[in-house]
Design a protein around this ligand. Structure first.
Ligand code: PLP
Length: 436
């Protein structure tokens, strides 16, 4: 497959755009480097690059594009929004509609505020939790990604009961020292941290179903225990559902059937993004009415946005949710994901490739290892070189995966059996190459 134009554009891009990309996760650094593919257009479950090559897309733009590219209902909503003014800077009726839709699907959200990205949503929940509790510290879980705000780009210190260290240059140690990072899927680290810092902790932040070191379910009892320990310490529970909301069913992780008693895992605040904007920039956060009453103009916690709740994002979000509400939509994505995962697993076994797949409904992650992946350490233990090789071999065969071993494969409403069959053929050839 020739990608001469992509290579030329990458050269040019690097002269003008830092690193040639506008988000590091778009670069191919984690899969051996070189020019990333420059895409020209997406339609349904496919991408076309600037050299005219066609790919089946499992990136779904890192999650938001669950209805496939350029879905007519979503496109029409954006066109309508543009005709009526992309940004009015005033309150609009559509914002109420989307807020009501989110509240109906996620009952822990009494009140909602729209922002422009998942990062902003997360940042805002932290400010509100701090304002409400009068405390400063945050506990988060290793490997969970919550956007690029200073407070959540913090890595674990030397042990579960130690303060965090900056996970990026430019983050002052004083900020990192407000964050404690503990292991996911075990309660001992959290318990220890709360014993030591409990009365200073404003909130415990978690991806209730993880999407950032592969797809990882919480073990039975983990979320229940997390909520109880957190409440006992007088802190708030924040769920980062930027990936998980509307990904597995029409609702969020906190309302997913996998959790038998949802009253035990109810968060105080939830951060949203990605799917709820139908591919347009959006974020939202919300939660308990008394906690959200801290937010300006009602309360003393300031949070604002020129672009927030803009009509194009809100209408695209409503259109996307309308598509997802159609009967059978999630069942179809799950059926295709099961078929794909079963096929990948059989093919890997046939070629002697060690592969662990974590699937949750219509999303899954592939880890080149022979052990389960239930936490970040286990995900780190998967073979990066093998993933990079697989990624390249699949790319050559017209299958576009996220360029990182930690990212998921996302099915969309546009994928069909034909794409799955084609992908399985490509994977079988790739595994054969890898086994040589
Ligand atoms: N939270 C989670 C769980 C995410 O996966 C992401 C992005 O991937 C974010 C927050 C940040 O969202 P955004 O990239 O829209 O700022």
């Amino acid at each position: 497959m020739q990608r001469i134009r992509s290579e030329q554009l990458y050269e040019e891009a690097q002269e003008h755009i830092v690193g040639g990309v506008n988000s590091p996760s778009r670069s191919f650094k984690a899969v051996g480097g070189g020019a990333p593919v420059f895409m020209q257009k997406g339609q349904g479950a496919h991408f076309w690059d600037v050299d005219g090559n066609k790919y089946i897309d499992y990136l779904a733009a890192f999650g938001p594009i669950i209805t496939g590219h350029a879905h007519p209902v979503v496109t029409e909503a954006i066109v309508q929004a543009a005709h009526n003014g992309t940004l009015l800077g005033t309150a609009t009726e559509h914002e109420i509609k989307l807020a009501k839709e989110l509240k109906a699907a996620i009952p822990s959200m009494d009140k909602v505020r729209f922002v422009n990205s998942g990062t902003e949503a997360v940042m805002s929940t932290i400010r509100v939790a701090r304002a409400f509790t009068g405390r400063n510290k945050i506990i988060k879980f290793a490997g969970c990604y919550h956007g690029h705000a200073d407070l959540v780009l913090v890595a674990a210190g030397s042990g579960p009961s130690t303060l965090g260290i900056p996970d990026s240059a430019g983050i002052p140690p004083s900020i990192a020292s407000e964050v404690i990072t503990v292991p996911f899927n075990e309660l001992d680290g959290l318990r220890l941290a709360l014993e030591r810092w409990g009365n200073e902790v404003a909130a415990v932040m978690v991806e209730p179903i993880v999407g950032n070191f592969g797809m990882v379910m919480p073990k039975p009892g983990f979320l229940e225990g997390l909520c109880k320990l957190t409440r006992d310490a007088g802190a708030l529970v924040i769920y980062d559902e930027v990936i998980s909301a509307f990904r597995f069913h029409y609702g969020s992780a906190q309302t997913f059937h996998a959790f038998p008693d949802q009253s035990l895992i109810r968060p105080d605040l939830t951060a949203l993004g990605k799917i709820i904007g139908g591919g347009m920039p959006i974020g939202a956060y919300g939660g308990r009415a008394d906690v959200m009453a801290m937010v300006a103009p009602l309360g003393p916690a300031y949070q604002a946005g020129t672009m927030a709740g803009n009509p194009a994002s809100v209408l695209a979000g409503l259109a996307c949710l309308e598509v997802l509400k159609q009967p059978g939509v999630y069942e179809q994505m799950e059926r295709l994901a099961v078929k794909l995962v079963d096929g990948l697993q059989q093919s890997a076994v046939r070629h002697g490739v060690s592969l662990t797949i974590n699937r949750i409904a219509g999303a899954f992650s592939t880890h080149f290892c022979n052990h389960p992946v239930t936490n970040y350490e286990e995900a780190q233990g998967a073979n990066s070189e093998l993933f990079a090789k697989f990624f390249r071999l699949m790319l050559e065969r017209g299958v576009y995966l996220a360029p990182s071993k930690y990212e998921a494969w996302f099915l969309t409403t546009a994928h069909t059996d034909a794409e799955i069959d084609e992908t399985l053929l490509a994977a079988d050839e790739s595994f054969l190459e890898m086994s040589k």
